[in-house]
Design a protein around this ligand. Structure first.
Ligand SMILES: [Fe+2]
Length: 261
């Protein structure tokens, strides 16, 4: 399936020769969700759903698991961990059709990348425990009063909870990552599938593969909106997992990851 796959490594950041998939269905669903009245959106808040990282986090929120209150985005996390019917109506068509097809493809890609990185032995762990979530992110244009006073970051630097984070739809400009030397690299938009390792890969490889530290910078034009869709591979909360010195449930693993912040 991936005999023509090429991986280009820039530090821990990996670009491929695979043209990006189209995000139109998921982007439209996210836009429709964000167009709902706030009271309806809040019915699907992360706290309300209460499973893994699933649900809605909003700009200015102080208790989101996956973003800081200073981060300038709205996000909705979908997954194959929660039951499909727990997600909003606007996402149902995507969840029924494209999402499962995309996850089948991403699973094959990730297993191939593991193989090429020399981690064939993670195959069984992957098959038994790895689920997926997709974080759908929308960065609105900045309010006029905020345009001059804000720091340069739209999303603070962090590592992801994932084994890999896959950008199936490519990347819009503004993505930035930190090199091993500490220098920051800001990327222009990319029209191919890209991916990078997260915290789980760093733990499982005993630090041989480093989780990529990354963020999003503000564009020069403060009115520019931005979308991004990141697919994360991660253990289900109820999974019983063991690697290196870690032993516990998937939920214990999330807590260990969140304790870094
Ligand atoms: Fe991230």
């Amino acid at each position: 399936m991936f005999q023509d796959l090429k991986l280009y490594h820039r530090d821990s950041f990996i670009t491929t020769n695979i043209p990006a998939f189209k995000d139109s269905e998921l982007r439209t669903a996210l836009q429709r969700f964000l167009g709902l009245p706030q009271s309806q959106r809040m019915e699907f808040s992360q706290k309300e759903l209460g499973v893994a990282f699933d649900g809605y986090s909003y700009l200015g929120q102080t208790d989101s698991l996956n973003q800081y209150d200073k981060d300038l985005l709205h996000s909705f996390v979908l997954s194959d961990i929660s039951d499909q019917e727990n997600f909003p109506e606007v996402f149902q068509a995507y969840l029924s059709q494209e999402f499962p097809e995309q996850l089948v493809w991403i699973r094959e890609l990730e297993k191939e990348v593991l193989k090429r990185l020399g981690f064939n032995e993670f195959g069984a762990f992957y098959e038994n425990h790895i689920k997926h979530m997709v974080s759908c992110n929308f960065y609105p244009e900045l309010a006029i009063k905020a345009r001059n006073i804000l720091p340069s970051e739209r999303l603070s630097y962090h590592t992801d909870v994932s084994l890999f984070s896959v950008f199936l739809f490519g990347l819009e400009s503004g993505f930035s990552y930190e090199r091993a030397s500490g220098d920051k690299v800001v990327l222009d938009h990319i029209d191919e599938v890209v991916l990078f390792p997260g915290h789980l890969m760093e733990l499982m490889s005993n630090g041989k593969i480093k989780a990529l530290k990354h963020g999003v910078i503000l564009p020069e034009n403060r009115r520019e909106q931005r979308f991004s869709f990141a697919f994360f591979s991660l253990p289900a909360p109820q999974a019983n997992i063991q690697f290196g010195s870690f032993k516990g449930s998937g939920k214990d693993y999330y807590e260990q990851y969140l304790n870094q912040f």
